[in-house]
Design a protein around this ligand. Structure first.
Ligand code: G3P
Length: 215
């Protein structure tokens, strides 16, 4: 399973890279806005730092504008993945980009039907937003389960990228279902390391080590 970091903050991304836990990065307009930097600065910082795929999102819902933006985004590096919304123009653009072998990440997916459409349009990744579904009392992981099963039924190549991850249990469930990728906020990656029994166990080992005679 691949771990992407869901952030446009180069400091966070470097931290995850140093831990060996960053196989790629996903960004979106909200994450870019949070940095307070220009999009160009964010692109320059991330695309050349991260060896793996970096999703950069278009900021329009017009097909022609999407194509123009996508060409520009793709020109920033071989690792750029163009992130497109799951709309009619978005999937039309996805089809056009897949015919040119430009990698795509179809975002804002909330149903298995939408995921099926994205796979038919040749998406490299589909991003179901599990946290936002949970927010409205829907079951985000049930959608992931359906998508994984549907893609497996037809040997579809689109990779399931679980997004809008809010807590470590989302990771456990995504991994159990066989999702190819999860994109994590750094906070969730940090939480995954934690277990109180690890802390108390280490404390006891350290204390006992002090009791071992040195001669
Ligand atoms: O990459 C987009 C997605 O992960 C958004 O997450 O927490 O804003 O629903 P969230």
């Amino acid at each position: 399973m691949k771990f992407f970091i869901d952030s446009a903050d180069i400091g966070e991304i470097r931290e995850a890279l140093a831990m060996g836990m960053c196989d790629g990065v996903t960004t979106n307009p909200s994450l870019v806005a949070k940095t307070g930097k220009t999009f160009q600065t964010v692109i320059d910082e991330i695309v050349h730092t991260v060896p793996g795929p970096v999703s950069l999102e278009v900021t329009t819902n017009s097909y022609d504008e999407m194509l123009a933006q996508s060409e520009e985004l793709a020109s920033y590096g071989d690792n750029v993945v163009v992130k497109l919304p799951l709309t009619r123009p978005g999937l039309r653009a996805c089809k056009a980009l897949s015919e040119k072998s430009i990698a795509t990440n179809v975002t804002l997916c909330f149903s298995p039907n939408q995921a099926l459409l994205a796979a038919k349009a040749g998406a490299t990744y589909i991003s179901p937003f599990v946290g936002r579904l949970d927010d409205i009392s829907s079951e985000g992981m049930a959608v992931v389960e359906d998508i994984v099963q549907i893609y497996n039924n037809y040997d579809m190549e689109t990779q399931v990228l679980v997004a809008s991850v809010r807590h470590p249990q989302h990771l456990v469930e995504a991994a159990r279902l066989g999702a190819h990728v999860a994109t994590l906020p750094l906070k969730v990656l940090d939480q995954m390391f934690n277990h109180p029994l690890t802390d108390s166990g280490l404390e006891r080992f350290m204390a006992d080590w002090e009791k071992v005679p040195t001669s």
